[in-house]
Design a binder for this molecule. Structure first.
Ligand code: KG4
Ligand code: ZN
Length: 496
């Protein structure tokens, strides 16, 4: 099976990198790119040397999160085709794992989606999510290893998302990683979920095409932000959402329209929108009066709800299942009008972020758009034009690596391992002691609220204030701010 990563190159030049793997795990690479447009993106077999290390490595390595201490006293590790990293992701509602080779070859991946479990509830229910992760985790990891044709003994390291996300869900993945680390004496790499969404673009388009610094737009169910990525662990937030993330707004509006959201509200709404007139409803483009890079989707969501109440009816619409026939055109028009303004907002913010980023980072290599909503075709085609106008390549991971997945975690693990941002194996004696304890009493350094970086000085004062007053961890550091925050407040707070 081949996975396609699309690199929209500079104006007038298109470049597509297509790659995959053979069942024996050997690399399969076909590159049709115009090299001058995207750099020497053909060099897929690589050693992660990291010319662009974070300015202050201590920022991202300080603090022992999950293992026995800094690996090799924090020294860099050569990461190459012999390096095999297992990645584990359980931060929200997907249990995912993957085995990725240090040169960027994906050997195996597996995922257990919980969409069907949470669909009827209209949002992720933390207790149900934890139970589903617990049930799936062993099988998902085993499936990823089996598909990779390898065993835990052969791994070089295990990487795991330890934040941001739902504490009780993160714990499942972290405990699995800690057990494997102790049992197979594997270094353990703590991974930042949002960073992983951004870094996976370097795996699929090549580290030579997506060099630091780059601009990233990350849009998913829990995150909505624009960042300048200067190096692994070195990010500046240009803007983030004041309320809902776009994926969340898609999910909610899809439910109000009565769409089946088992496979995700976003894809369902996107499909219905194809039949609608995007100009029919005059919804507002959010935050036009604020000349910054922040986002807001609560108002647009409310406008869609009011249109649904007025023109479709059905109580608050929340739990009314649509038969697929009733007022189909009206629903499609609302879906299309919602999507048009939602994407317009992304477009306007991205345009400004390009200007902001270039003011202090003129050498941007590209724009990366990632996170679940980056799978949306309208988002993709709209943002291509913005990047072309800015004369910057645009990189989208393939849709299956836009939504949560194990590959992004494993790859992030490779990147961090190379920089010495990994920890020695979990102490086997300690882990044996853990086996006898109530799991809830086992201390594992989860970072449910873990900002990816500092806010840019041009960002809103309001946001700076709320970031300061919130009990949150230091950006990409070990100091844990709040281990017990509930799932709903994580979402409500729009945690990045
Ligand atoms: O990145 P992701 O898997 O999880 C989080 O980190 O939140 O993103 C999931 C979100 C969901 O809200 C889903 O509705 C949205 O991404 N999404 C989409 C599409 N595919 C997934 N939204 C709009 N259009 C899509 N095609
Ligand atoms: Zn995500």
């Amino acid at each position: 099976m081949l996975t396609r990563c699309v690199v929209h190159a500079r104006r007038g030049v298109s470049a597509y990198g297509t790659f995959g793997r053979r069942r024996d795990g050997s690399k399969l690479l076909q590159q049709h790119a115009n090299k001058s447009a995207v750099g020497s993106g053909t060099a897929r077999t690589r050693t992660l040397s990291h010319a662009h290390a974070p300015k202050n490595t201590a920022d991202v390595s300080s603090g022992v999160f999950l293992g026995s201490g800094a690996l090799n006293a924090g020294a860099r590790v050569e990461v190459n085709a012999q390096t095999l990293v297992l990645g584990i992701e359980t931060s929200c509602d997907d249990t995912a794992a993957a085995v990725v080779r240090g040169d960027g070859v994906v050997l195996g991946e597996a995922i257990a989606s919980q969409a069907a479990i949470h669909g009827p509830w209209g949002g992720v229910v933390p207790n149900l999510a934890r139970a589903a992760h617990e049930e799936a985790i062993d099988a998902v990891v085993a499936a990823a290893l089996a598909e990779a044709g390898t065993t835990a003994e052969a791994l070089s390291a295990v990487a795991v998302t330890c934040g941001p996300g739902l504490s009780m869900c993160l714990r499942v993945g972290v405990r699995k990683a800690q057990k494997m680390s102790a049992q197979y004496c594997l270094p353990i790499v703590p991974v930042h979920h949002v960073e992983a969404h951004a870094l996976v673009a370097r795996l699929c388009a090549g580290t030579e095409a997506v060099t630091f610094p780059f601009l990233a737009l990350l849009v998913s169910g829990g995150h909505n932000m624009l960042i300048t990525a200067r190096g692994v662990g070195d990010y500046t937030i240009l803007g983030s959402t004041l309320d809902d993330a776009l994926g969340e707004a898609y999910d909610k509006t899809a439910r109000l329209l009565g769409l089946p959201v088992g496979g995700g509200g976003g894809p369902a709404l996107e499909k219905l929108a194809l039949e609608g007139d995007p100009t029919k409803y005059k919804f507002p483009v959010p935050l036009r009066q604020r000349k910054n890079c922040d986002f807001s989707y609560a108002g647009l969501k409310t406008a869609a709800r009011m249109a649904i109440d007025a023109d479709i009816g059905g109580g608050d619409g929340d739990d009314v299942e649509w038969d697929g026939v009733d007022k189909r055109q009206t629903r499609a028009d609302i879906a299309a009008s919602f999507q048009a303004k939602a994407v317009k907002h992304l477009e306007e913010r991205l345009k400004r972020a390009i200007v902001w980023a270039r003011e202090d980072t003129p050498d941007l290599s590209c724009i990366v758009v990632a996170g679940g909503v980056a799978a949306n075709a309208t988002v993709r085609s709209t943002l291509v034009k913005i990047a072309e106008d800015a004369n910057l390549p645009l990189v989208f991971p393939p849709p299956k690596w836009c939504t949560d997945n194990g590959v992004m975690v494993a790859w992030s693990g490779c990147e961090r391992l190379a920089l010495g941002l990994a920890e020695s194996a979990v102490d086997a004696d300690l882990e044996r002691k853990h086996e006898t304890m109530d799991p809830r009493d086992i201390h594992c350094n989860l970072l449910p609220r873990w900002p990816i970086g500092e806010k840019d000085g041009r960002a809103t004062r309001d946001n700076i204030k709320s970031a300061k007053t919130a009990r949150i961890a230091d950006p990409l550091r070990g100091a844990d701010g709040d281990r017990n925050i509930s799932g709903s407040s994580v979402r409500a707070a729009g945690i990045e």
